[in-house]
Write a protein that binds this ligand. Structure first.
Ligand SMILES: [Mg+2]
Length: 366
């Protein structure tokens, strides 16, 4: 799809989380995102880049990178996929910045053709079961949070671990007790363990019906990850290790992990995400679409990617629930599931007044 680009604007925003979010690699009270708005004649598309520790992009680096892309794209007609390749080669260290631009282009693509984004990919509309994530906290706080989320309708809970094996196991047990046998439980170590500890952990939680364990070992320890995958019965999912289509292919061909976690901010948006899905389909590998502190704009993009394939079995699309304000509407949550709107593109309506409430004090607009 070729799209005429008239203008690219950026909106750096900081939104407080409802509470501090702690995981093995750090903690955060405020989520920083850059919304990208691309104007194409009378239509506009929105995307979302997130400042995050995985790709090590900051609000400042994202604004800089989007400015570079804007200078190449404005007043030109661009092909969405070619543009992704060109920008990725030009800015290989800025996948989250590229994600914001790429998502906005798909939003425009859908709006120009009157299609939902998942329809562009040949997908089928469906409601999407998402989890809610519980960060590092005490066992009793973990239990209280699990109860609260279950009462809100969530059917799946992801528990961030890495507080020590005994403490981690007690917290997972507490959630299983609260949720009963029907609750889906997912576990994410965010690189907290050595391979041997990871194997021990998986044996300790073998009876707790955990559907998978994410990234037990260090991002670069592929040998260790493969060892854990081979020596445990609980499926192991690679997250931080997956940086884009290239690493996804390596994980699949060398059978380093059982599953793959796609995050749009890691792989440069929907074009990159879809490339990973193609690889998963080729090798018959399942996975999840996740998120990184993003607003509902990016969460909607993840939901459309989810609906584009049967290989994405799980959706961890909950970061917008953790933010104290929702800057866009069009993605509803009912009975544990996300519902995509019937509007074309991402189906989201960004509320500019809300965006303005959270604008950071930076030289933002391009
Ligand atoms: Mg993860």
């Amino acid at each position: 799809m070729k799209i005429k680009i008239d203008d690219i604007k950026t909106y750096p925003i900081a939104i407080d989380r409802d509470e501090v979010f702690r995981i093995s690699t750090g903690s955060s009270l405020t989520a920083e995102n850059v919304l990208v708005r691309i104007i194409s004649e009378e239509k506009e598309g929105w995307g979302n880049s997130s400042a995050n520790s995985v790709t090590q992009e900051t609000t400042e680096s994202i604004l800089k990178a989007v400015n570079v892309m804007a200078s190449e794209m404005e007043n030109k007609v661009v092909d969405v996929e070619d543009n992704w390749k060109r920008m990725r080669d030009k800015l290989p260290e800025d996948p989250s910045a590229l994600a914001g631009v790429d998502i906005a282009l798909y939003d425009l693509w859908g709006r120009w053709e009157g299609k939902k984004v998942y329809e562009i990919f040949g997908g089928v509309g469906d409601d999407i079961l998402t989890d809610r994530t519980i960060g590092h906290m005490t066992e009793s706080e973990t239990r209280e949070h699990a109860r609260e989320f279950i009462d809100q309708g969530f059917k799946a809970i992801k528990i961030k671990i890495g507080l020590g094996l005994m403490e981690d196991v007690r917290r997972i047990e507490a959630v299983r007790e609260e949720g009963g046998p029907d609750l889906k439980i997912w576990v994410d170590a965010n690189q907290a363990f050595k391979p041997e500890e990871s194997i021990t952990l998986c044996h300790m939680i073998a009876d707790l019906d955990v559907e998978f364990v994410e990234q037990p070992v260090h991002v670069d320890d592929l040998k260790g990850l493969k060892k854990v995958t081979e020596e445990t019965d609980i499926p192991i999912m690679a997250d931080e290790t997956i940086k884009g289509p290239k690493t996804a292919e390596k994980i699949c061909t060398e059978e380093i992990a059982d599953m793959i976690n796609i995050k749009l901010a890691k792989c440069g948006g929907l074009t990159g995400g879809r490339k990973i899905v193609d690889i998963m389909e080729e090798y018959g590998v399942n996975g999840m679409v996740g998120c990184m502190g993003e607003t509902s704009v990016s969460i909607a993009a993840g939901a459309h990617l989810f609906n584009s394939t049967s290989k994405l079995k799980y959706a961890d699309l909950d970061s917008h629930f953790m933010l104290s304000d929702n800057i866009a509407s069009g993605l509803d949550f009912r009975e544990g599931k996300l519902h995509i709107s019937d509007e074309p593109g991402l189906g989201m309506k960004v509320h500019e007044d809300k965006v303005n409430d959270h604008l950071m004090d930076l030289e933002g607009e391009t």
